[in-house]
Design a protein around this ligand. Sequence first.
Ligand code: IPE
Ligand code: IPE
Ligand code: MG
Length: 250
Amino acid sequence: MPADNPTPSSGNQLKHICIIMDGNGRWAKKRFMPRFAGHKAGLNVVRKIVSSCVEQEIKVLTLFAFSSENWRRPEKEVGLLMGLFATALTREVKKLNENNIQLRIIGDLSAFSEKIQALVADAIALCADNSGLILNIAANYGGRWDITEATRQIAEKVKQGEMSIDDINENTIEDHLSLRQIPEPDLFIRTGGEKRISNFIIWQLAYCEFYFTDILWPDFDKKVFEQAIRSYSSRQRRFGRTGDQLSSLN
Ligand code: IPE
Ligand code: IPE
Ligand code: MG
């Protein structure tokens, strides 16, 4: 029997939303603009969705900003994205702090420039004592990387004699992932029409509800966001049980 899986009592409470913000490049192309214009427009939408989450008292928002595979893009686009990341870290953080937001960056930060690493450290430190929305930005993040890192850390503990192989269970792995101690995502949204996970938080998506929309990220707004939330509210999360079992509990 699964040790610590969600129970029906968690119902359709919406604590954690995660989003693959896709379609920036196509949005710009449609307007005969460089792809980067789409990324810039996308940042404005991030601001709106973060504020919507604060208003709706969502506990956690996890946004996929740059995947471990996005380094494969043309050098110029990667460079511009890094510049935008640095600008966002500099300009947005004050507002995040004023809104009591707990900012976290998940991913392999060692690949970023020293300047970006320093900006990340400063931003996290500024928001460290906040108690509101947890905002996870996945940057140079890959779900496989995350699970590999967790495995490495656990193996090291076993090697040092701090843990026995028999103690390893699903909770052990969860406790070593980037999103440890954060409730699992309830709702996954992907804009831009693609129906794939693209190596996002693959472990945590095991029982998440999926919502795909063709809307390109720069066109995403509070209205579509609310549609996604409504769709989530109408779903029955069974976690392996039958519908009848759930009805008898309610
Ligand atoms: C998502 O938009 C943003 C990043 C991956 C950084 P895209 O840049 O992937 O936009 P499309 O999919 O090419 O339209
Ligand atoms: C996924 O989008 C990563 C982000 C949104 C940051 P991509 O546009 O890079 O995904 P694929 O490569 O089309 O699957
Ligand atoms: Mg894309």
